[in-house]
Structure formats: structure tokens, C-alpha cells
Design a protein around this ligand. Structure first.
Ligand code: ADP
Ligand code: ADP
Ligand code: ZN
Length: 215
């Protein structure tokens, strides 16, 4: 069983590693950011509410997040576990999630904390490009698409997220420091955290993760 959480600041490489982990261990990649972006694209009430916060680089209110994730974790594809990317992001979410796991006789197998210094994060964020159709992540210089603006995987349009512009990114770092970084201590106390250096290239970071999780 692989019930996993990925922690790390915006740009640490959570989405990039989560996609690899999901493929190797055959567990769903559950990204709360992707769930919100899908709702925004479809114009749902949740999407409309979430967008206000996301555009400012703030967190979406906890109660809008927790129910979504708990519902998603009951889907059949979670039989072998799950890869949570971007949840929990506050102590409140972590407490709610802990209670939910206990109610469902479940637990986490590992919390992977990817660290990268801020001076490396900013250029990663500003150069990030995402596929509008399948959500695949690229970088203008580190991981470019084969054809500019076109997704290698599905042929979709590759664009820059509104919240990846410099001003919003700087606010997201502040929000991370204030609200999400305390989760490192939180999970250190219950002994489930594994710290990973996220500065190496993506395949090397993934090798370290596989060493931790087992082949
Ligand atoms: P997160 O989900 O933590 O915000 P992403 O996986 O979206 O991070 O990565 C942020 C940006 O940095 C993307 O453009 C991605 O292509 C790039 N990136 C991810 N991992 C690495 C890495 N190890 N080295 C260099 N660039 C990376
Ligand atoms: P990144 O991978 O760069 O950190 P995400 O795609 O995970 O970005 O998140 C984008 C935005 O979606 C966040 O800035 C926040 O507004 C919102 N969001 C995602 N997950 C959560 C969460 N667990 N709680 C509150 N807001 C969230
Ligand atoms: Zn695509």
C-alpha cells in the first residue's frame, strides 16, 4: 500500500514527481490545484469561488478543499493507495485529514518533503508552462516541449498559469511560509516525514524517492 503525501513550496517539483510516482506505483495522482483548475475551466460554483483566491496567490478556504479530497479518496482507483499533491496545505487540513484516516481505519505510509531554496524556485515558477488539456507540466528552459506551445503528450495548448506571474508567485511563497511550512514539523512529530533534496534534475530526485519507497 502506498498512501503518500508530497510537501514542498510552490515550484519544488511536486507535480513533476507525483506524475512519475503515480505511473510507477499505479496510484492516482490527486492534485488539489488540478481539481480547482478543472472546476474553473468548467465554470462550476466551486471553480468560481476558488478562482478569487487562486488569482491572488492565496489559499482556497479549508472547507472547500477538505470535502473534495475526502470524496476523491473513496473512488475505486485508490485501492492501492494515492499520491496527494498539494494537500494538506494548512494545519487545519492536516488535522481534518488525520481524523478522516482514523475513521476509515487508514493511515499514511509516507510524507515526502521536497526542499528547494527560494532563489531556485522563482525561475522555475516563472518558466513553468502547463498543458490546458492534460495538465502536463513543462519548463521553458529546463523541460521544454518538442514543439513550442504544444503538449508532447496530447497535442494540447501549453500556457502560463495566471498565478505563475512574478507578483503572485512572491505572494504564494509568503503564504507557503506562513501556512504550509509548519506541516513539516507536524509530520516530523508523527515520524512519517522523509526529506528530499529537490535541487537535482527530476530523474535524480525520482531515484531518491524510489530508494525511499522501494522498487
Ligand atoms: P510544484 O508542483 O511543486 O509547484 P512543478 O512540478 O510544477 O512544481 O515544477 C515547477 C517547475 O519547475 C515546472 O516548470 C517544472 O517543469 C520544473 N521542474 C520540476 N522539477 C524540476 C527539477 N528537478 N529541476 C528543474 N526544473 C524542475
Ligand atoms: P503549486 O503546485 O505551484 O504549489 P497548485 O497547483 O498546487 O500550485 O495550487 C494552485 C493554487 O490552488 C494554490 O495557490 C491555492 O490557491 C489553491 N490550492 C491548491 N491546493 C490547495 C489546498 N490544499 N488548500 C488551499 N488552497 C489550495
Ligand atoms: Zn497535454
Amino acid at each position: 500500500m502506498k498512501r503518500l503525501v508530497l510537501l514542498g513550496p510552490p515550484g519544488a517539483g511536486k507535480g513533476t514527481q507525483a506524475a512519475k510516482i503515480s505511473a510507477k506505483y499505479e496510484i492516482p495522482h490527486i492534485s488539489t490545484g488540478d481539481i480547482f483548475r478543472k472546476n474553473i475551466k468548467e465554470g462550476t460554483p466551486l471553480g468560481k469561488k476558488a478562482k478569487e483566491y487562486m488569482d491572488r496567490g492565496e489559499l482556497v478556504p479549508d472547507d472547500l478543499v477538505i470535502d473534495r479530497v475526502e470524496d476523491r479518496l473513496t473512488w475505486d482507483d485508490c485501492v492501492n493507495g494515492f499520491m496527494l499533491d498539494g494537500f494538506p496545505r494548512t494545519i487545519y487540513q492536516a488535522d481534518a485529514f488525520k481524523a478522516w484516516l482514523a475513521e476509515n481505519d487508514s493511515c499514511l505510509d509516507a510524507v515526502l518533503n521536497i526542499s528547494v531554496p527560494e532563489e531556485i524556485l522563482l525561475p522555475r515558477m516563472i518558466g513553468r508552462r502547463v498543458c490546458r488539456s492534460c495538465g502536463a507540466t513543462y519548463h521553458v528552459t529546463n523541460m521544454p516541449t518538442k514543439v513550442e506551445g504544444v503538449c508532447d503528450k496530447c497535442g494540447g495548448e501549453v500556457y502560463q498559469r495566471d498565478d505563475d506571474k512574478e507578483g503572485t508567485v512572491l505572494n504564494r511563497f509568503k503564504v507557503y511560509d506562513a501556512q504550509t511550512a509548519p506541516l513539516i514539523d507536524y509530520y516530523e512529530k508523527d515520524g512519517s516525514i522523509r526529506n528530499i533534496d529537490g535541487t537535482a534534475d527530476p530523474n535524480e530526485v525520482f531515484d531518491v524517492i524510489v530508494d525511499i519507497l522501494g522498487a
